[in-house]
Design a protein around this ligand. Structure first.
Ligand SMILES: Nc1ncnc2c1ncn2[C@@H]1O[C@H](COP(=O)(O)OP(=O)(O)OP(=O)(O)O)[C@@H](O)[C@H]1O
Ligand SMILES: [Mg+2]
Length: 491
């Protein structure tokens, strides 16, 4: 983009690196949450439904088989099957039961001998398993073997004629649950299909919804990109959400700060060029006029050379001031903090300036109310305070006046005030005197001399010390600068 000064500033577009860019997006997270919120309950419900179907089907099957077996057992005893297992009626019923439920029936007599096996495999063998023993003791069992898909149960054959209803045999029945499992699988397949449909629906719905939700944020990015491509003058506004409004507000604030910085930088650059060119222009005029004349008298040469030398001094002092300003602009880490006696420091400042003061017929007074020691950068603080005192002398009453410097402190800060009986500063200028190159009255200031950098340097130095500077002034009466600096330097 081009700033107003016309310089080319390249600002690369927001272009995030990384292959997994989408995974980090708000949009993806919204979709993920929606999918999880849709899928987890569906899976839970599906499992509960399938499991309860299976439990119910197995227990119903067990009850039916048990009832039929009970009836059979009664018939076994009454028809004397335990003694003669060749009974056609009973065997017919066995075959029917086993063919309906796809199972196997073993009848075991009191001697644990298998007297009937519908598979004809174990007839005549002895079967002494825990379940059979339990059943002879009156405890019938029923177990569901989910893995091999069958229910195994023991049913006691008891003699209704006997007094204690003696157990005369045990019927061991196993029934297949294959079709229960088949139904269960079908249910599961349907569940999976429903799940897949739900996922697809959520994906579509989530994509659309998340798109709507993140749109204002995309709007912000687009607005900022348009701004960086275009003008700093505009501001952005995306009031869709409270959050986006807060972001754009913060951005606009930053933007206006950038604008201010840009303005002051441009003004500074143009002022610097102007100020540096002025002495050069004077020197050029002086040198040219000497060159164009023939037989210039020595006195005129000397006079012009004197003027040129003064302009060089002026140029030099501007450059020195600029360099100190640039130094002040650096980070506060560059401060060289030392515990310093401020009373001595002020005495030294005044001692150096006393010759100028007496030349101008200005009385210089120092009021130290108490001894003050503080952590400061001596060079920078000396420069800051010297500039204030120098101004107070420079802009004083031509008929002679006074400058009063006072030093005081409390438990946290020390205070320096520089008051003078000088020409004062007009009210409309008070807000500008700390700006670089600002001088109240150009023509008047020109004869006094200066570049307008002194107060800017002072203020930078004071701010670096986390201090503050204030000015009070009345035209033709005098000016007071008051400075407040923390006794202990806060990094
Ligand atoms: N004590 C004062 N009394 C009256 N006017 C003042 C006083 N101090 C500063 N000013 C006004 O503020 C202006 C800015 O002061 P500043 O010290 O920044 O620059 P300068 O004195 O003109 O130049 P230099 O860079 O040499 O200090 C001065 O030109 C002057 O007009
Ligand atoms: Mg000054």
């Amino acid at each position: 983009m081009y700033t107003r000064s016309g310089e080319l500033v390249t600002i690369s577009r927001v272009n995030l690196k990384g292959r997994w860019k989408f995974l980090r997006s708000l949009r993806f997270r919204i979709m993920l949450i929606m999918i999880l919120m849709g899928i987890i309950p569906t899976i839970v419900v599906e499992n509960v439904v399938v499991q309860s179907y299976e439990n119910r089907a197995v227990s119903q099957r067990s009850i039916i088989v048990k009832n039929q077996s009970d009836i059979l057992c009664n018939q076994l005893v009454s028809l004397g099957y335990m003694e003669d297992p060749a009974n056609e009626v009973i065997n017919g019923e066995f075959n029917m039961l086993t063919s309906i439920y796809g199972g196997r029936i073993l009848v075991i007599n009191k001697d644990y001998k298998v007297i009937r096996d519908t598979y004809d495999l174990d007839r005549g063998k002895y079967l002494i398993s825990q379940e059979v023993i339990d059943c002879f003791n009156g405890v019938e069992t029923s177990q569901y073997d989910e893995k091999n898909q069958y229910i195994e149960m023991t049913v006691k054959i008891s003699d209704p004629e006997s007094v204690n209803k003696d157990v005369v045999g045990v019927m061991l029945i196993s029934v297949s649950t294959l079709e229960i499992n088949t139904s269960r699988e079908i249910l599961e397949q349907k569940g999976t299909m429903i799940l897949a449909i739900i996922v697809v629906l959520i994906l579509v719905f989530g994509y659309v919804l998340s798109g709507i939700l993140v749109k204002p944020f995309q709007k912000i990015t687009r607005s900022i990109e348009e701004l960086t491509d275009g003008y700093l003058e505009e501001s952005i506004s995306v009031p869709d959400y409270l959050e986006t409004e807060l972001i754009t507000d913060a951005f606009n604030k930053m933007l206006s700060r950038v604008k201010t910085l840009d303005d002051s930088r441009q003004e500074f650059v143009s002022n610097v060029s102007h100020e540096l060119k002025t002495p050069l222009a004077s020197m050029k005029v002086l040198a040219d006029s000497l060159n164009m004349q023939e037989n210039v008298p020595v006195e005129q040469y000397q006079e012009f050379m004197q003027d040129i030398s003064e302009e060089i001094d002026r140029e030099n002092s501007i450059i020195t001031d600029l360099l100190s300003l640039v130094k002040m602009d650096k980070k506060a880490a560059d401060l060289n903090i030392e515990m310093t006696n401020i009373n001595e420091l002020l005495e030294l400042v005044l001692k150096r300036l006393r010759p100028i003061a007496s030349k101008q017929n200005v009385e210089l007074i120092l009021d130290s109310f108490r001894p003050v020691n503080a952590e400061i950068d001596q060079t920078k603080m000396t420069l800051a305070l010297s500039n204030l005192v120098e101004n107070a002398i420079k802009y004083n009453n031509p008929e002679g006046g006074w400058v009063r410097v006072s030093l005081n402190a409390d438990h946290k800060y020390f205070y320096v005030t520089v008051a003078d009986s000088g020409i004062g500063i007009p009210e409309e200028s008070l807000n500008h005197i700390f700006e670089r190159f600002y001088r109240v009255d150009k023509s008047h200031s020109r004869e006094i001399g200066g570049t307008g950098l002194g107060l800017a340097i002072s203020r930078s130095a004071i701010v670096m010390h986390r201090g503050a500077i204030k000015v009070y002034s009345k035209e033709n009466e005098g000016t007071t600068f008051s400075v407040r600096i923390p006794l202990v330097y806060i990094a």
